[in-house]
Design a protein around this ligand. Structure first.
Ligand code: ADP
Ligand code: MG
Length: 346
């Protein structure tokens, strides 16, 4: 490593579901669930990331598995900082002994308050960053998706994560209109859990619900006649039980969540100035985030808005790639507060 590259800057996507770290010149090097396992007696961290996630629903009484981010914001400050410290260390494993602390570009949801944003910045510093620059998540997602964010043209990005869906229209390096709703992938899992409990008196865990969503979930009508076997606990007998459900039932259970996401897109379009709306009509709406991998969601949004809709090439990595790419514009982010965490006009 050259003398001038001792400080290794990082881009961090601190998501509700997944945390990713981008290292300048290397790309995404850490990709882990935003999950921490803690010993509740001693307060010690037992595991972080995937190994903690494997413990969900399987822990003995003294270990509790927590998701320190909720609805896009920090729910458990100290745990978030410890987790980030671990990931920053992991990302910088091979750095020189003399390396300086990194500057970090970190994404925050567009709808958060100053206090919530401050907490993200402070936690990033506590985790070992020299300084931390917030970037609005949809803006990072748009950069990651390769949209022409600096041009005088309207681009619309819809980032469907675990806890939040962020919709934004961007032009000339700023967010023109945006909407952030606390409905996203996690709500789909919840909807599946509720449906199976109501319909079959069967209790299933979060992880099972998520895999049902990934295997058989669809936005809109289910096209295939697929069925799947689900194991859970019978609420009447208390014993394990297997039932069979259809993809159509799964699709039905997801309807409300999908509808809320579609509504957020429509509302944002309604508030978009006509010139920019015309640009979006030409270029299409771009979807990113893990939730955009739900089958057929692009089609449903397209049908409901009469706009072309595309899913980015890398929905799970897009925001991290965007934070990483935007490291090059740190100066711009310092001097243009409107690309920071809040929409410029509301
Ligand atoms: P965040 O930015 O909030 O951490 P991500 O963009 O990492 O969220 O997306 C996580 C969400 O995407 C989770 O709710 C996860 O279940 C969902 N997801 C991931 N893959 C798929 C898939 N193939 N189908 C449907 N949902 C998916
Ligand atoms: Mg995200």
């Amino acid at each position: 490593m050259g003398r001038f590259s001792l400080s290794q800057d990082l881009g961090i996507d601190l998501g509700t579901a997944n945390t990713l770290v981008f290292v300048k010149g290397k790309g995404v090097v850490v990709r882990e669930p935003t999950v921490v396992a803690k010993n509740i007696e001693t307060g010690d961290i037992e595991a972080v990331g995937s190994s903690a996630r494997n413990m969900v629903g399987r822990t003995p009484g003294n270990i509790s598995v927590v998701r320190p981010m909720k609805d896009g914001v920090i729910a458990d400050y100290d745990t978030t900082a410890v987790m980030m410290k671990y990931y920053i260390k992991k990302a910088m494993r091979n750095r020189s002994f003399f390396a300086k602390k990194p500057s970090v570009m970190i994404c925050v949801p567009s709808g958060i308050t100053m206090v919530e944003e401050r907490a993200v910045i402070d936690a990033t510093k506590q985790a070992g960053a020299k300084d931390a620059f917030p970037i609005a998540e949809p803006f990072a997602a748009a950069i990651g998706a390769g949209l022409p964010v600096w041009d005088p043209t309207g681009s619309m990005i819809v980032d469907i994560g675990g806890g939040t869906t962020e919709v934004a229209v961007i032009s000339l390096g700023g967010i023109v209109t945006s909407k952030s709703i606390r409905t996203a992938g996690d709500n789909m899992d919840d909807a599946i859990i509720q449906f199976i409990r109501k319909q079959y008196n069967l209790m299933i865990g979060e992880r099972s619900a998520e895999s049902i969503k990934m295997d058989a979930g669809t936005a809109g009508e289910a096209k295939e006649d697929k069925t799947l076997d689900i194991r859970g606990r019978d609420l009447l007998t208390g014993l394990p039980k297997t039932i069979t459900i259809t993809a159509k039932e799964v699709a039905d259970s997801l309807k409300d969540t999908v509808e809320s996401i579609v509504e957020a897109v429509k509302n944002t379009l309604e508030l978009t100035p006509p010139e920019l709306a015309a640009d979006i009509m030409d270029r299409g709406i771009v979807l990113s985030g893990g939730g955009s991998l739900l089958k057929n969601i692009d089609q449903v949004i397209s049908d409901e808005t009469n706009m072309p809709v595309f899913v980015t090439e890398d929905p799970l990595d897009g925001v991290a790639i965007g934070t990483g790419k935007s490291l090059e514009y740190i100066q711009h982010f310092r001097s243009h507060p409107n690309v920071s965490s809040r929409p410029s006009v509301e």
